[in-house]
Each structure stands twice: as C-alpha cells, then as structure tokens.
Ligand binder design. Structure first.
Ligand code: COA
Length: 175
C-alpha cells in the first residue's frame, strides 16, 4: 500500500482512501443510515468536515464511496490517567458497506484517521465507544492497538452497554 504524504491518499489495488470532501457527505450519510443505529443530523457531518476535516476520510471503490471514518478532537482528562489533561482524538463514527467488508478497508480508514489525529492535530490518545456485542469492530480496534478501558452501562438508546476503547498514540508508533 502506497501513502502519498502531501495529499494523504492511500492507494491499494482494490480501494482508495482519501480525505472526505463536501460532495461526499450525502454518500457518507447514506452509509451511516444503512449500517448503524447511531445516526446524526446532516449538519453534524458537515460540522465535523469543517472543523476536523483532516481526520475525516472516505474509502472509494470504482468511483463509489463505500466507507468513511469521522473524527473529532477534544481537550480533557486522559482516558489512561485521570490526573492528566490531554488532546484526545475521538472516532465518532466508522462504517463500511457490507459488500466491501473484510478487505482491510475499515483498518485502512482507521490508520489514516489515527495518523492525522496524531500528526496533524497533535493528539496524545484516541478513544471511541463501541457496543459490547460488536465483535467485528472490537477485533479491528484491538488489532490497531486499542484496549478496552471501561464499560458504560446503558450507553445506547436501546439499553446496550458500551466499551470505551482507547489507544495511546505516544506509546504506539503508527504504520
Ligand atoms: C467494523 C467495520 C467498520 C470493519 O470494516 P472492515 O472493512 O470489514 O474491516 P477490516 O477488513 O479492516 O477488518 C479488520 C479486522 O477486523 C476483524 N473483523 C472484521 N469483521 C469481522 C467479523 N465480521 N467477524 C470477526 N472479525 C471481524 C478481523 O480481525 C479483521 O481482520 P481479518 O479480516 O484479517 O481477519 C465494519 O464491519 C462495519 O462497517 N460495521 C458496521 C458499522 C460498525 O459497527 N461500526 C463501528 C461502530 S463502533
């Protein structure tokens, strides 16, 4: 896989990972609504693109957007050390269309977002919430170095618990 530093585009034989643009947002919203119960109003996606667009990526196959990762940057207490204030990346939402899964696209989107959160936004750590039943996502995050740091009971509207998973970017060198 080849990474072009200046444009932050990842090319693989099967897909392209590139920064999201405004015209990608309708496709991103469609994928979000098709694949996840956690949906957001349209403005939420545009706001994330405007404020933290360097860590908002899409995956493209044959000219079609088939996946995305949307992130934000927060300042606050470290997930790993409650006495420390840090700049934290937050993976707000990630999804890949079902017919394009298990080809490494989710991993490639996450790696691109983690790299931007570390190198462009100067984040020390990155965290996310995930349903305790979401084994595919949990496995992917664990492979990327994320650890389960706590459980939030009844986090989701339907009553399911969430794991907070996080990775310390200063301990783990990103590929
Ligand atoms: C989670 C998701 C983004 C993963 O995307 P993907 O492109 O299939 O991920 P990858 O191909 O990079 O998979 C990476 C690893 O994750 C694990 N994984 C992915 N899907 C899996 C599954 N169905 N069962 C078990 N492990 C799985 C595997 O370890 C996989 O590596 P492998 O294929 O070498 O075994 C995708 O399943 C998805 O869109 N799910 C619905 C939305 C969602 O749950 N988002 C996360 C919310 S927190």
């Amino acid at each position: 896989m080849e990474q072009q530093a200046e444009t932050r585009v990842v090319h693989s034989p099967e897909y392209i990972i590139r920064r999201a643009e405004k015209q990608d947002i309708p496709a991103v919203i469609r994928i979000n609504r098709l694949t996840l119960p956690e949906n957001y109003p349209e403005w939420f996606f545009y706001e994330h693109l405007e404020k933290w667009g360097e860590a908002f990526y899409v995956a493209v196959v044959g000219g079609e957007v088939v996946g995305y990762v949307m992130s934000r940057v927060e300042h606050g207490i470290s997930v790993f050390n409650s006495f420390k204030l840090v700049r934290k990346g937050h993976i707000v939402s990630i999804a890949v269309l079902p017919e394009h899964r298990r080809k490494g696209i989710g991993t490639a989107l996450m790696k691109a977002a983690l790299k931007s959160l570390s190198e462009i936004y100067g984040c020390d750590e990155v965290y996310l919430e995930v349903r305790v039943s979401n084994t595919p996502a949990i496995r992917m995050y664990e492979k990327l170095g994320f650890k389960k740091v706590k459980i939030v009971p009844m986090y989701y509207l339907d009553g399911e618990d969430a794991y907070i998973m996080a990775v310390n970017l200063r301990e783990k060198a990103q590929d």
